[in-house]
Write a protein that binds this ligand. Sequence first.
Ligand SMILES: Nc1nc2c(ncn2[C@@H]2O[C@H](COP(=O)(O)OP(=O)(O)OP(=O)(O)O)[C@@H](O)[C@H]2O)c(=O)[nH]1
Ligand SMILES: [Mg+2]
Length: 283
Amino acid sequence: MFIDEAKIRVKAGDGGNGCMAFRREKFVPRGGPSGGDGGKGGDVIMESSERHNTLIHFRFNPEYKAQRGRHGEGSNKTGREGVDVLLKVPVGTIVYDDETGEKVFDFSERDQRIVIARGGRGGRGNARFATSVHQAPREHEPGRPGEEHTYRLELKLLADVGLVGYPNVGKSTLISRISAARPKIADYPFTTLEPNLGVVAVGEAKDEVSFVVADIPGLIEGAHTGAGLGTQFLRHIERTRLLVHRKSMLRIRTGWRSSNGIARSRRSSCMRSRLSRARGSRN
Ligand SMILES: Nc1nc2c(ncn2[C@@H]2O[C@H](COP(=O)(O)OP(=O)(O)OP(=O)(O)O)[C@@H](O)[C@H]2O)c(=O)[nH]1
Ligand SMILES: [Mg+2]
Protein backbone atom coordinates (compact mmCIF):
# COMPACT_ATOMS: atom_id res chain seq x y z
CA MET A 1 0.00 0.00 0.00
CA PHE A 2 1.33 3.41 -0.97
CA ILE A 3 0.55 6.03 1.67
CA ASP A 4 1.49 9.60 0.86
CA GLU A 5 -0.22 11.55 3.63
CA ALA A 6 -0.23 11.19 7.38
CA LYS A 7 -0.94 13.18 10.49
CA ILE A 8 1.16 12.73 13.60
CA ARG A 9 1.14 14.04 17.16
CA VAL A 10 4.46 14.44 18.88
CA LYS A 11 5.30 15.31 22.45
CA ALA A 12 8.81 15.98 23.62
CA GLY A 13 9.85 14.92 27.13
CA ASP A 14 9.27 17.26 30.07
CA GLY A 15 12.30 18.48 31.98
CA GLY A 16 12.97 16.93 35.38
CA ASN A 17 12.39 19.02 38.51
CA GLY A 18 15.26 20.61 40.37
CA CYS A 19 15.90 19.15 43.82
CA MET A 20 15.97 20.79 47.22
CA ALA A 21 18.53 19.13 49.50
CA PHE A 22 21.22 19.97 52.05
CA ARG A 23 24.40 18.09 52.64
CA ARG A 24 24.21 16.12 55.86
CA GLU A 25 27.32 14.31 56.87
CA LYS A 26 29.15 13.49 60.06
CA PHE A 27 31.78 16.13 60.90
CA VAL A 28 30.51 18.43 58.16
CA PRO A 29 28.25 20.83 59.95
CA ARG A 30 26.10 23.10 57.81
CA GLY A 31 27.03 21.19 54.67
CA GLY A 32 25.27 23.65 52.41
CA PRO A 33 22.69 23.25 49.65
CA SER A 34 23.18 20.17 47.45
CA GLY A 35 20.02 19.82 45.33
CA GLY A 36 20.89 18.85 41.75
CA ASP A 37 19.24 20.10 38.54
CA GLY A 38 16.58 18.15 36.67
CA GLY A 39 17.56 16.47 33.40
CA LYS A 40 16.43 17.80 30.01
CA GLY A 41 13.49 16.02 28.34
CA GLY A 42 14.11 14.03 25.16
CA ASP A 43 13.58 15.70 21.75
CA VAL A 44 11.52 14.30 18.90
CA ILE A 45 13.76 14.30 15.84
CA MET A 46 12.84 13.66 12.21
CA GLU A 47 15.36 12.33 9.68
CA SER A 48 15.08 11.61 5.97
CA SER A 49 16.06 8.15 4.86
CA GLU A 50 16.31 6.41 1.51
CA ARG A 51 15.17 3.13 3.02
CA HIS A 52 11.63 4.37 3.51
CA ASN A 53 9.31 4.82 0.55
CA THR A 54 5.97 5.62 2.12
CA LEU A 55 4.48 7.18 5.22
CA ILE A 56 2.57 4.02 6.08
CA HIS A 57 4.31 3.52 9.43
CA PHE A 58 2.84 6.85 10.60
CA ARG A 59 -0.66 5.90 9.53
CA PHE A 60 -0.68 2.96 11.94
CA ASN A 61 1.26 4.63 14.70
CA PRO A 62 0.53 8.36 14.75
CA GLU A 63 1.65 9.33 18.27
CA TYR A 64 5.19 9.71 19.51
CA LYS A 65 6.39 10.76 22.92
CA ALA A 66 9.97 11.27 24.03
CA GLN A 67 11.12 10.30 27.50
CA ARG A 68 11.02 12.86 30.31
CA GLY A 69 14.16 14.03 32.08
CA ARG A 70 14.73 12.58 35.54
CA HIS A 71 14.44 14.80 38.58
CA GLY A 72 17.58 16.14 40.21
CA GLU A 73 18.75 14.42 43.39
CA GLY A 74 20.64 15.26 46.54
CA SER A 75 24.47 15.32 46.64
CA ASN A 76 24.37 17.63 43.60
CA LYS A 77 23.24 14.85 41.30
CA THR A 78 21.79 16.08 38.02
CA GLY A 79 18.87 14.05 36.65
CA ARG A 80 19.48 11.94 33.56
CA GLU A 81 18.40 13.39 30.20
CA GLY A 82 15.36 11.87 28.49
CA VAL A 83 16.01 9.64 25.48
CA ASP A 84 15.23 11.25 22.09
CA VAL A 85 12.77 9.72 19.64
CA LEU A 86 13.95 9.46 16.02
CA LEU A 87 11.33 9.35 13.28
CA LYS A 88 12.47 8.33 9.79
CA VAL A 89 10.68 9.70 6.77
CA PRO A 90 11.23 9.12 3.07
CA VAL A 91 13.10 11.70 1.02
CA GLY A 92 10.49 14.02 -0.53
CA THR A 93 8.45 14.39 2.67
CA ILE A 94 7.14 17.85 3.48
CA VAL A 95 6.21 18.65 7.06
CA TYR A 96 3.39 21.10 7.76
CA ASP A 97 2.22 22.42 11.10
CA ASP A 98 -1.35 21.15 11.29
CA GLU A 99 -2.65 24.08 13.31
CA THR A 100 -1.23 26.96 11.29
CA GLY A 101 -0.79 25.18 7.95
CA GLU A 102 2.75 26.57 7.81
CA LYS A 103 5.45 24.57 6.05
CA VAL A 104 8.00 23.49 8.64
CA PHE A 105 10.52 21.58 6.55
CA ASP A 106 11.01 19.99 3.16
CA PHE A 107 13.18 16.86 3.15
CA SER A 108 14.78 17.01 -0.28
CA GLU A 109 17.95 15.00 0.45
CA ARG A 110 18.82 11.96 2.51
CA ASP A 111 20.07 12.21 6.10
CA GLN A 112 18.59 15.63 6.77
CA ARG A 113 17.66 16.02 10.41
CA ILE A 114 15.42 18.46 12.28
CA VAL A 115 14.06 18.66 15.79
CA ILE A 116 10.27 18.80 15.51
CA ALA A 117 9.57 18.98 19.25
CA ARG A 118 12.12 20.25 21.71
CA GLY A 119 12.41 18.64 25.14
CA GLY A 120 11.77 20.81 28.21
CA ARG A 121 14.73 22.17 30.16
CA GLY A 122 15.34 20.65 33.57
CA GLY A 123 14.61 22.86 36.60
CA ARG A 124 17.51 24.18 38.69
CA GLY A 125 18.18 22.60 42.06
CA ASN A 126 18.63 24.68 45.20
CA ALA A 127 22.46 24.49 45.01
CA ARG A 128 22.26 26.90 42.05
CA PHE A 129 20.58 29.60 44.11
CA ALA A 130 23.31 29.85 46.76
CA THR A 131 25.09 33.19 47.02
CA SER A 132 27.38 34.66 49.67
CA VAL A 133 24.44 36.35 51.32
CA HIS A 134 21.91 33.57 50.76
CA GLN A 135 23.71 30.44 51.85
CA ALA A 136 20.82 28.13 52.59
CA PRO A 137 18.46 28.63 49.62
CA ARG A 138 15.29 26.61 49.56
CA GLU A 139 14.31 27.70 46.04
CA HIS A 140 14.22 25.10 43.31
CA GLU A 141 12.49 25.05 39.95
CA PRO A 142 10.13 22.60 38.32
CA GLY A 143 11.12 21.26 34.89
CA ARG A 144 9.72 22.96 31.78
CA PRO A 145 7.17 21.03 29.74
CA GLY A 146 8.29 19.54 26.43
CA GLU A 147 6.85 20.94 23.19
CA GLU A 148 3.73 19.35 21.79
CA HIS A 149 2.74 19.58 18.12
CA THR A 150 0.52 18.06 15.49
CA TYR A 151 2.09 17.80 12.05
CA ARG A 152 0.74 16.87 8.66
CA LEU A 153 3.19 14.95 6.50
CA GLU A 154 2.96 14.92 2.76
CA LEU A 155 5.14 12.81 0.50
CA LYS A 156 6.00 14.07 -2.95
CA LEU A 157 8.05 11.63 -4.93
CA LEU A 158 11.16 13.21 -6.35
CA ALA A 159 11.38 12.43 -10.02
CA ASP A 160 12.99 14.18 -12.98
CA VAL A 161 10.44 13.10 -15.55
CA GLY A 162 6.72 12.57 -15.04
CA LEU A 163 4.59 10.33 -17.26
CA VAL A 164 1.03 11.51 -17.78
CA GLY A 165 -1.83 10.53 -20.04
CA TYR A 166 -5.18 8.83 -20.26
CA PRO A 167 -5.54 5.40 -18.63
CA ASN A 168 -4.35 2.46 -20.68
CA VAL A 169 -2.13 4.43 -23.06
CA GLY A 170 1.02 2.51 -22.12
CA LYS A 171 2.63 4.70 -19.45
CA SER A 172 3.58 1.72 -17.31
CA THR A 173 4.77 -0.17 -20.38
CA LEU A 174 7.11 2.70 -21.21
CA ILE A 175 8.64 2.86 -17.73
CA SER A 176 9.05 -0.92 -17.68
CA ARG A 177 11.01 -0.81 -20.96
CA ILE A 178 13.33 2.08 -20.13
CA SER A 179 14.04 1.22 -16.49
CA ALA A 180 14.19 -1.76 -14.15
CA ALA A 181 10.80 -0.87 -12.64
CA ARG A 182 8.21 -3.64 -13.10
CA PRO A 183 4.79 -2.07 -12.65
CA LYS A 184 1.63 -3.98 -13.37
CA ILE A 185 0.67 -3.72 -17.03
CA ALA A 186 -2.67 -4.88 -18.34
CA ASP A 187 -5.15 -4.17 -21.04
CA TYR A 188 -7.70 -2.27 -18.98
CA PRO A 189 -7.85 1.28 -17.57
CA PHE A 190 -6.63 2.10 -14.06
CA THR A 191 -4.13 -0.73 -13.86
CA THR A 192 -1.80 1.59 -11.99
CA LEU A 193 -3.27 2.61 -8.66
CA GLU A 194 -0.19 4.03 -7.03
CA PRO A 195 2.83 5.86 -8.45
CA ASN A 196 5.88 3.89 -9.62
CA LEU A 197 9.42 5.17 -9.87
CA GLY A 198 12.06 3.91 -12.28
CA VAL A 199 15.72 4.86 -12.68
CA VAL A 200 16.83 5.22 -16.27
CA ALA A 201 20.56 4.98 -16.99
CA VAL A 202 21.88 6.38 -20.26
CA GLY A 203 25.34 6.08 -21.81
CA GLU A 204 28.43 3.98 -21.18
CA ALA A 205 29.37 2.84 -17.69
CA LYS A 206 32.09 5.52 -17.33
CA ASP A 207 30.06 8.61 -18.10
CA GLU A 208 26.66 7.22 -17.42
CA VAL A 209 23.91 9.62 -16.44
CA SER A 210 20.74 8.58 -14.74
CA PHE A 211 17.40 10.15 -14.04
CA VAL A 212 14.22 9.10 -12.28
CA VAL A 213 10.92 8.65 -14.09
CA ALA A 214 7.56 8.58 -12.29
CA ASP A 215 4.57 6.69 -13.67
CA ILE A 216 1.28 7.82 -12.14
CA PRO A 217 -2.28 6.57 -12.49
CA GLY A 218 -4.16 7.68 -15.61
CA LEU A 219 -6.14 10.90 -15.77
CA ILE A 220 -9.53 11.24 -17.42
CA GLU A 221 -11.73 14.18 -18.22
CA GLY A 222 -13.22 15.61 -15.03
CA ALA A 223 -10.40 14.23 -12.85
CA HIS A 224 -10.31 17.57 -11.04
CA THR A 225 -13.84 16.91 -9.80
CA GLY A 226 -12.90 13.42 -8.63
CA ALA A 227 -13.57 11.39 -11.78
CA GLY A 228 -11.40 8.29 -12.13
CA LEU A 229 -8.74 8.28 -9.44
CA GLY A 230 -8.89 12.07 -9.15
CA THR A 231 -5.91 14.37 -9.30
CA GLN A 232 -4.30 13.67 -5.93
CA PHE A 233 -1.40 11.87 -7.62
CA LEU A 234 -0.45 14.97 -9.57
CA ARG A 235 1.53 16.21 -6.60
CA HIS A 236 4.10 13.51 -7.31
CA ILE A 237 4.93 15.03 -10.65
CA GLU A 238 4.70 18.62 -9.46
CA ARG A 239 8.44 18.90 -9.08
CA THR A 240 9.59 17.14 -12.21
CA ARG A 241 11.72 18.93 -14.79
CA LEU A 242 9.88 17.39 -17.69
CA LEU A 243 6.44 15.93 -18.33
CA VAL A 244 5.96 13.25 -20.95
CA HIS A 245 2.39 13.03 -22.23
CA ARG A 246 1.73 9.59 -23.73
CA LYS A 247 -1.00 9.24 -26.29
CA SER A 248 -2.50 6.21 -27.89
CA MET A 249 -2.79 6.34 -31.66
CA LEU A 250 -5.51 3.71 -31.41
CA ARG A 251 -7.46 5.95 -29.12
CA ILE A 252 -7.22 8.92 -31.44
CA ARG A 253 -8.65 6.83 -34.24
CA THR A 254 -11.46 5.06 -32.38
CA GLY A 255 -12.16 7.28 -29.42
CA TRP A 256 -11.25 6.54 -25.85
CA ARG A 257 -14.50 4.79 -24.92
CA SER A 258 -14.17 1.97 -27.40
CA SER A 259 -10.40 1.60 -27.21
CA ASN A 260 -8.53 -1.67 -27.14
CA GLY A 261 -11.43 -3.56 -28.61
CA ILE A 262 -13.11 -4.32 -25.29
CA ALA A 263 -16.89 -4.14 -25.47
CA ARG A 264 -18.10 -0.94 -23.90
CA SER A 265 -20.43 -2.54 -21.32
CA ARG A 266 -17.84 -5.08 -20.11
CA ARG A 267 -15.16 -2.44 -20.00
CA SER A 268 -17.18 0.07 -18.05
CA SER A 269 -18.33 -2.47 -15.47
CA CYS A 270 -14.73 -3.64 -15.10
CA MET A 271 -13.66 -0.02 -14.72
CA ARG A 272 -16.34 0.71 -12.14
CA SER A 273 -15.36 -2.23 -9.96
CA ARG A 274 -11.67 -1.31 -10.17
CA LEU A 275 -12.43 2.28 -9.28
CA SER A 276 -14.52 1.35 -6.27
CA ARG A 277 -11.79 -1.03 -5.11
CA ALA A 278 -9.14 1.64 -5.58
CA ARG A 279 -11.17 4.19 -3.66
CA GLY A 280 -11.77 1.65 -0.90
CA SER A 281 -8.04 0.95 -0.52
CA ARG A 282 -7.33 4.67 -0.41
CA ASN A 283 -9.68 5.41 2.46
N1 LIG B 1 -0.01 -1.48 -29.61
C1 LIG B 1 0.61 -1.01 -28.54
N2 LIG B 1 0.19 -1.41 -27.34
C2 LIG B 1 0.82 -0.91 -26.26
C3 LIG B 1 1.92 -0.01 -26.34
N3 LIG B 1 2.32 0.30 -25.08
C4 LIG B 1 1.50 -0.39 -24.26
N4 LIG B 1 0.61 -1.12 -24.94
C5 LIG B 1 -0.45 -1.99 -24.37
O1 LIG B 1 -1.45 -1.14 -23.82
C6 LIG B 1 -2.02 -1.74 -22.67
C7 LIG B 1 -1.96 -0.80 -21.48
O2 LIG B 1 -0.64 -0.58 -21.06
P1 LIG B 1 -0.26 0.02 -19.63
O3 LIG B 1 1.22 0.22 -19.67
O4 LIG B 1 -0.81 -0.81 -18.53
O5 LIG B 1 -1.00 1.42 -19.69
P2 LIG B 1 -1.05 2.56 -18.59
O6 LIG B 1 -1.07 3.87 -19.30
O7 LIG B 1 0.00 2.36 -17.57
O8 LIG B 1 -2.49 2.31 -17.99
P3 LIG B 1 -3.05 2.71 -16.55
O9 LIG B 1 -2.05 2.30 -15.54
O10 LIG B 1 -4.30 1.92 -16.45
O11 LIG B 1 -3.30 4.17 -16.58
C8 LIG B 1 -1.21 -3.02 -22.40
O12 LIG B 1 -1.98 -4.11 -22.85
C9 LIG B 1 0.05 -2.83 -23.23
O13 LIG B 1 0.54 -4.07 -23.66
C10 LIG B 1 2.36 0.38 -27.65
O14 LIG B 1 3.30 1.16 -27.81
N5 LIG B 1 1.66 -0.16 -28.71
MG1 LIG C 1 -0.11 2.04 -15.62
